[in-house]
Design a protein around this ligand. Structure first.
Ligand code: SF4
Ligand code: SF4
Length: 285
C-alpha cells in the first residue's frame, strides 16, 4: 500500500493537511469568491506542478507552442517523491512572488487554470489496493491554510459536487496515464531513472509539439503497430495524442506491453542490428 500526494498546491512545507480520509460523499463547507477578504491570497508563492493536460490547456489559451510556454511561464523542477523532472509554474519576481496569471480581479486563465488550482483546498491521494477492481483506492484530504477564509463561508458540497463544479474530473481523466507513471516510478523508491529515460519522460510529457513530430515525422508509425483509426485520431486531436503519449512512455520507460511492434522488414532489421551489436560485445558470432 502506498500513498500519493505527489503534486499538491503548496505554499509552505507544513501545510495543515487534515489527517482525515474523505470520500466522494464527504462534506466540504467552503466557498471561494471575489467577496472573501483573502481573495487571490493563495495565488502567490505557490508551487504548482503542471501535468501534460494542464500545459496543453494553458498554452492553447495563451496561443503558445510548448517551447514558448516553457520559456515564458514554466521552470524545471524535480519531484521529491519520484525524482522525475517536471514543469512548474514560474512565479513572478515581485515581492509576493505572484502567479503570472493573478490580477486583483482574479485568475486571468480561470477556465484553463491548472488542476491543482481547481482542487484547492482539497488534495487527492491514491492507495494501491489489491482488493478493488482497479487496484487503486482514490480518496481526498483537506489542506487548511491560515490565510484561507473560504472555510468560514456557508456553502456545503460533497466532494463529488466540488469536483464536478471545478471540472476536475476532466483533468484527472486526461492526466491519469501520467499520474500512473509517477506512481510506478515512486514504487521504485528513490532510484533515479537512467539519464536518457529521464530526458524522454520530461520531453514527451512537457512538449507535445515534439512528440507530434516524433510520431508523424519519423519512422515511428512503421515500427509500432497502431490501428489506422487511432493514428487518424491522434493526427487530428492533441488530446488523443496526449493519451497515447502515456502509453508510449510506459513502454519506453518501464517496458510495459502497452504497444506492439510491427511485423515488417524495418523492425526485423532493427532486431538483427541489436543482436549483432550484443554479439560483437560479448565476442560471439
Ligand atoms: S493559475 Fe490562476 S488560480 Fe492558479 S494560482 Fe495562478 S492565478 Fe491563482
Ligand atoms: S485563500 Fe481560499 S478563500 Fe481565499 S481566494 Fe484562495 S481559495 Fe479562495
Amino acid at each position: 500500500m502506498e500513498d500519493l500526494d505527489i503534486i499538491k498546491k503548496s505554499q509552505k512545507k507544513n501545510d495543515k493537511v487534515i489527517p482525515v480520509k474523505l470520500t466522494a460523499d464527504s462534506k466540504l463547507k467552503f466557498r471561494c469568491h471575489k467577496g472573501v477578504k483573502c481573495f487571490t491570497a493563495c495565488c502567490h508563492n505557490v508551487s504548482i506542478v503542471l501535468p501534460p493536460y494542464d500545459i496543453l490547456r494553458l498554452r492553447r489559451r495563451l496561443g503558445l507552442s510548448s517551447a514558448e510556454f516553457y520559456e515564458k511561464y514554466a521552470q524545471l523542477e524535480v519531484l521529491d517523491k519520484t525524482l522525475l523532472p517536471v514543469l512548474t509554474l514560474k512565479m513572478q519576481d515581485d515581492e509576493k512572488r505572484s502567479c503570472p496569471f493573478v490580477t486583483p480581479d482574479g485568475c486571468t486563465v480561470y477556465e484553463d487554470r491548472p488542476n491543482i488550482c481547481r482542487y484547492y483546498p482539497v488534495g487527492m491521494a491514491s492507495l494501491r489496493k489489491q482488493d478493488t477492481e482497479t487496484g487503486k483506492d482514490e480518496f481526498y484530504f483537506m489542506v487548511k491554510e491560515d490565510h484561507c477564509l473560504g472555510f468560514e463561508e456557508d456553502t456545503v458540497w460533497t466532494m463529488a459536487e466540488w469536483r464536478a463544479d471545478q471540472r476536475a474530473d476532466l483533468y484527472d481523466e486526461m492526466n491519469r496515464g501520467w499520474m500512473e507513471i509517477l506512481i510506478k516510478k515512486k514504487s521504485f523508491g528513490l532510484n533515479e531513472l537512467p539519464e536518457k529515460k529521464n530526458e524522454i519522460f520530461f520531453k514527451v510529457s512537457t512538449d507535445l509539439d515534439y512528440f507530434r513530430m516524433f510520431v508523424f515525422e519519423s519512422s515511428f508509425l512503421n515500427i509500432y503497430d497502431i490501428p489506422p483509426e487511432q493514428v487518424e485520431k491522434m493526427r487530428n486531436s492533441d488530446e488523443e495524442l496526449l493519451k497515447f503519449s502515456y502509453e508510449w512512455l510506459k513502454h519506453a520507460l518501464f517496458a510495459e506491453e502497452t504497444l506492439e511492434l510491427s511485423d515488417n522488414e524495418e523492425v526485423a532489421a532493427r532486431k538483427e542490428k541489436i543482436v549483432a551489436k550484443f554479439a560483437a560485445k560479448s565476442g560471439k558470432k
